[in-house]
Design a protein around this ligand. Structure first.
Ligand SMILES: NC(=O)c1ccc[n+]([C@@H]2O[C@H](COP(=O)([O-])OP(=O)(O)OC[C@H]3O[C@@H](n4cnc5c(N)ncnc54)[C@H](O)[C@@H]3O)[C@@H](O)[C@H]2O)c1
Length: 250
């Protein structure tokens, strides 16, 4: 049986963008707990980064910053096994008030940042004949929502970017998938709750499991996708949303 891109053995080299906090940090911690070597690319400092992590400060929408993170991994570890393009921002604004600048900012970070990360990763992975790229899409990659035009558009684009790249790089042994988290308890959601734009009780009630998602549960899906059990999974967009997107009932 042919095995595509198995789990990098303990010591595998993992890059996480937006890994300073939230989902990205939980993903980084989960891979590190399995013995991976971790590199974070984040615009913010990484609080209490464990010894040995590479922490690169930069904006994922800046090609030079993305390349700098991968170059640091090349220099330290000789390449990359898993790249998780996770950095993203929320944009909950009535669309009639959405400025062209804010629309562009969402595209730059949520879509272009994911593209640049995947391209830089694949330059190494295609050369090496193995690798896994994950995007953090969203439940809003497959459904719509009022006052979320830029977010929905970018997260749907990221989901289909995963499919396109899976087709292109699969023959070279590189898998590409997207995670589609539901509402997850992070600073991003806390900020929207604090601004009165989200009601956590209503969000939980909408989910068949009656609750929000924990960052560690998204991280567990990422680790599964890097495991030998997921060796045939590519081009997939996988929900981890407590059933939220499945629920069409009012
Ligand atoms: N929290 C949720 O409910 C939820 C649900 C679905 C999808 N997501 C997606 O998951 C990802 C992470 O979300 P989160 O809730 O952990 O957010 P968060 O705001 O808690 O953390 C995001 C991290 O990304 C970093 N970041 C943001 N813009 C950046 C940029 N331009 N360059 C580099 N780093 C940048 C931030 O500094 C931060 O460390 C995002 O793509 C988000 O859209 C979140």
């Amino acid at each position: 049986m042919t095995t595509l891109s198995p789990l990098p053995a303990p010591g595998g080299r993992v890059l996480v963008t937006g890994g300073a906090r939230g989902i990205g940090r939980a993903v980084a911690d989960a891979f590190a707990a399995q013995g991976a070597r971790v590199c974070i690319l984040d615009r913010d400092a990484v609080p209490e980064a464990p010894a040995g992590w590479l922490c690169i400060a930069g904006n994922v929408a800046n090609p030079a910053a993305v390349e700098a993170a991968f170059a640091a991994m090349d220099a330290a570890w000789g390449g990359v096994d898993v790249a998780i393009a996770n950095a993203g921002l929320a944009m909950n604004t009535p669309t009639l008030d959405l400025s062209a600048q804010d629309w562009q900012r969402a595209l730059d970070v949520n879509l272009t940042g994911a593209f640049l990360t995947a391209q830089a990763a694949a330059r190494r992975m295609v050369r090496d004949g193995a690798g896994l790229i994950l995007f953090t899409s969203s439940l809003y990659g497959s459904i719509g929502g009022a006052e979320r035009a830029a977010y929905c558009a970018t997260k749907a684009a990221v989901a289909n970017l995963a499919r396109a790249l899976a087709c292109e790089w699969g023959p070279a042994g590189v898998r590409v998938n997207a995670l589609a988290p539901g509402y997850t308890e992070t600073d991003l959601v806390a900020g929207l709750v604090a601004a009165g734009r989200l009601d956590p009780k209503r969000l939980a009630a909408r989910a068949p499991l009656g609750r929000l998602v924990q960052p560690e549960e998204v991280a567990a899906l990422a680790c599964f996708l890097a495991s030998p059990a997921a060796a045939a999974i590519t081009g997939a967009v996988l929900p981890v949303d407590a059933g939220w997107a499945a629920n069409g009932a009012p």
